[in-house]
Design a protein around this ligand. Structure first.
Ligand SMILES: [Zn+2]
Length: 105
């Protein structure tokens, strides 16, 4: 085993995932609020139909789930998935490698 830390390149990949993940989460959160506040004005929901609003909510939330499921440990290539939340965890739950490079520690 060479190192318990990621290489700078692996670290860059992970940080890129984090910024995508965080960026999308913020966009989706704002969109969610806008949709909920203006849903009746936008004609997305009425007293008897929540169908279109439901579709919009699913479309907003689905990429969050996909982003989470796409995160893999750069070292052992195991999926980290729901351990991640908004940021990658400090350590890979599979190979226990620190998920950052030594330089940025
Ligand atoms: Zn790992």
């Amino acid at each position: 085993m060479s190192s318990h830390y990621l290489s700078p390149e692996q670290n860059r990949r992970l940080r890129r995932w984090e910024s995508w993940n965080r960026g999308y989460f913020i966009v989706a959160f704002i969109a969610l609020i806008v949709v909920l506040v203006f849903s009746s004005e936008l004609g997305l929901s009425s007293a008897d139909s929540w169908g279109p609003l439901g579709v919009v909510l699913v479309l907003l939330i689905l990429p969050i789930i996909i982003l989470q499921l796409r995160l893999r440990c750069p070292a052992c290539d195991q999926k980290i998935g729901w351990h991640a939340k908004l940021m990658a965890p400090d350590q890979c739950p599979h190979c226990h490698r620190f998920l950052r490079s030594k330089q940025s520690a």
